[in-house]
Each structure stands twice: as C-alpha cells, then as structure tokens.
Design a protein around this ligand. Structure first.
Ligand code: NDP
Length: 373
C-alpha cells in the first residue's frame, strides 16, 4: 500500500511509509521526495543572500554509508550568521546550505550504515552539515544518535553550546567549590549553561548583562539557574566588592569591548581571561599592567578548531564523549535547556529578524514539521 510521509509543509513523498521500517532495504523504501532547503548563493547579509528552494531526493542517490534524515528543528546560532556573512573560518562551498546544528530522524539508510537505524533521532556531530532543510542525504559518520526521551528543543542545540560551556569551565583553570567565575554574555545559551554547570560544582558566577527594561526578569531568570551575581559591566567593580566573593580565577568573554576590560580588571592575580566570541564586534582591550603586574593570561577558545587539531579519529571520540555527557546532564536535570522560540522554515526571514533583534530572551529554532517543540 502506498502512503505519504509528511516532511514539512513544502515536502511531499511518493513512496511506501518509511518511519519505523528499520531493516528494510533502502531501495524499497521510497522513490523520490521533495525537500525544502535554505540556499546560500553568496556571502553577505542573511536576508539578502538566502533563498528557499526545493530539491528532489531519491533513495537511488544514497551511497552505502549514507542516510536520508528528515530534519525536525535547527537553531540559528551566531556562528551560522557569521558563516553566511563569510566572516567565519568555516566557509562551505557555494551554493551551500547553512546550519551547523539541529536534530532529525533517520528515514532511510544505505546498505553499510551501522551507526544508525531507521527511526533513530540524530544530531550532527560534524559542523557544516547544512541543517536548514526539511530533509537531506548525509554520511553516517557525521551524525550522533540521541535518546528519544530528550525533548527536541534540548537536543536541537546540544552539540555546540553545552560542550563549549563544559570545556570553558574545565580546560583553563582548576576550579573548586567557592571559586568565582565572571562572564559576559550571561544571557546567551553558552552563558546559561556556564551558570548551571558552575552552580552544580559550587562555583560562584558573576554574570554581566546589558541593561534593559526587562532587567529584573532577566536577573530573576539567571538567578533561578544558579547565578550568584548579575550586573552590568559598569557595575562590576562595586558588585564584586558588595558580593564578598573572591576575585574570579576565570573570566569568560563572548562580547569584547569595554566589558572585557572590566572583567580583566576584576581577575585575581594569575587569573585567565578566555575569549570565545566577539558579539560587540569591538576590539579586546586588556591594559598591559594586568599582564605585567598581575600575571593575567589571555587565551582564546574555538570548539570546532580544537576538535580539528586532534589526530586520527580522536576528534570524533572527543565529540561523542562530550555529547554523551551533555545527554546525561540534561537527563539528570543538571542542565535545563535554554528557552526556544520555534519558527517554521517557510518564515525564515522572520526567524532571522528575531535573531538580529537585541536582548531577545530565546534561542530561535527553525522547525521543519509542526508541533515538534
Ligand atoms: P545566543 O544567540 O544564545 O546569545 C547571544 C548573546 O550575545 C546574548 O547574550 C546577547 O546579549 C549577546 N549580544 C548580542 N549582541 C551583543 C552586543 N552587541 N553586545 C553585547 N552582547 C551582545 O548565543 P550563543 O550562546 O549561541 O553564543 C554566544 C557566543 O558564544 C557567540 O559569540 C558565539 O559565537 C560564541 N560561541 C563560541 C564558540 C566557540 O567555540 N568559540 C562556541 C559556541 C558559541 P543580549 O541578551 O544583551 O542581547
């Protein structure tokens, strides 16, 4: 009996039903399907260089190691915007499909696919998979199977931000309970994961936010996650003194500009400032006296670049170990997922406008099916 699998509003399929038909030969499962994808023709402002297109997918084009994945949701991260603009070190071939992260369901597998089965829920473990599409053909080695009991909204954005927060807290300073970490961008997804992970270890956090009309609500939200202090960059010296906390050993910076300078000044002697983003697009200014007389260290961090430097298959192993840890942290409730707002891919321009609006309080997720989040 022929049936149709709904793959998002713009997707049609002429084939036997495929979900839940694990073990059947790929060639029997479907003939063709039409997938929608956001295509990047040239680098530039996202609203100007992206367009929604369709493509035909067929099991005939599946290699032995490949799978067709029906995407459920994919976040719009700052690195996606930077990639589209052409200012990120990862530069996909053009025309290309943006989207480093997301979650999908395996609907068809090639004959030598062993890592996944039809019906598995998967996330990309390799960057630049092009997740902003309703469905696509992907190599099995670039994906990681996630437990189905974790909410789509949690796993859709689990391979970049939570691992970044874990590594920022573990790789630069040996932190013990009672120590202090200060960070900019505390309202970001990374910032919120840093707060929760630090709180779980008994480490205090001083969280720098931009002032806004909703500051009391933002402050309450961050404190609910475990933040010790919430302040603006200008308020930092007084807030640190009033808190009675030790000077921070570690400063985590995704903003740069005057906020970084304020954080660097607040560090304990020998402390480390780690720069992992530059949302303000301003330079990093660290007064030389801090390096000379207080032995402050300034380091950079790039999750993707770090994995790429690992030899042999160790990058993949490291990514999978981190992904395992993140799943466990979500399941144990140690990490609460950041709030998301879902926008269907057909309304991609609206999604991008929401991402560009300052002081938004939710991660924007493109969705490819109704009611997934
Ligand atoms: P989100 O989209 O969740 O949050 C964006 C954050 O940036 C918010 O805190 C926002 O603050 C802040 N922000 C935006 N514009 C400005 C500005 N002009 N000045 C000051 N703050 C600003 O981000 P993510 O959690 O996904 O990412 C956060 C940062 O971490 C990004 O810079 C990203 O590139 C970086 N990152 C780096 C990684 C690495 O490996 N190096 C890995 C993962 C993320 P507000 O609430 O005030 O708008």
């Amino acid at each position: 009996m022929l049936s149709t699998l709904r793959l998002g509003a713009a997707t049609a399929l002429s084939s036997p039903g495929i979900l839940g038909m694990a073990g059947m030969a790929a060639s029997r499962l479907l003939t063709t399907l039409t997938a929608s994808k956001l295509v990047l023709d040239r680098h530039g402002h996202p609203a100007e260089v992206l367009s929604l297109k369709t493509e035909q997918l067929s099991d005939q084009q599946l290699g032995d190691q490949e799978m067709i994945i029906k995407m459920l949701a994919a976040p719009i991260n700052p690195s996606d915007i930077n990639t589209i603009e052409g200012v990120y070190p990862l530069k996909p071939a053009l025309p290309g499909i943006p989207g480093h992260e997301g979650v999908g369901v395996v609907t068809t597998v090639g004959s030598k696919v062993t890592r996944m089965r039809v019906g598995d829920r998967v996330v990309p473990i390799e960057h630049s998979q092009g997740t902003w599409r309703t469905a696509g053909v992907f190599h099995q080695k670039h994906w990681y199977k996630v437990p189905k009991d974790l909410p789509v909204a949690s796993v859709a954005a689990m391979v970049i931000n939570p691992p970044t927060a874990l590594r920022l807290l573990e790789e630069f300073e040996e932190l013990k309970a009672g120590d202090t970490v200060v960070q900019t961008g505390a309202t970001s997804a990374v910032g919120k994961y840093v707060i929760q992970l630090a709180h779980h270890r008994g480490v205090h956090t001083i969280n720098i936010v931009r002032d806004r009309a909703t500051r009391p609500e933002v402050e309450a939200d961050l404190k609910d996650l475990g933040a010790t202090v919430v302040c603006t960059a200008e308020e930092l010296p007084a807030a640190l003194e009033a808190s009675g906390l030790d000077r921070p050993k570690l400063a985590l910076d995704c903003v740069c500009g005057p906020a970084s300078t304020a954080m660097a000044r607040s560090l304990a002697t020998g402390g480390t400032l780690v720069v992992y983003g530059a949302m303000s697009k301003e330079p990093l200014i660290v007064p030389p006296g801090l390096l000379i007389f207080k032995d402050i260290r300034v380091r950079g961090f790039w999750l993707t670049g770090g994995f790429a430097k690992m030899s042999g298959g160790s990058g993949l192993v490291a990514k999978e170990q981190l992904a395992d840890r993140v799943c466990a942290l979500f399941r144990q409730g140690i990490l609460r997922p950041v709030p998301v707002e879902s926008v269907p891919i057909e309304r991609w321009q609206e999604a991008l406008a929401k991402v560009a609006s300052p002081k938004r309080d939710k991660k924007i997720l493109l969705t490819f099916d109704e009611d997934v989040c």
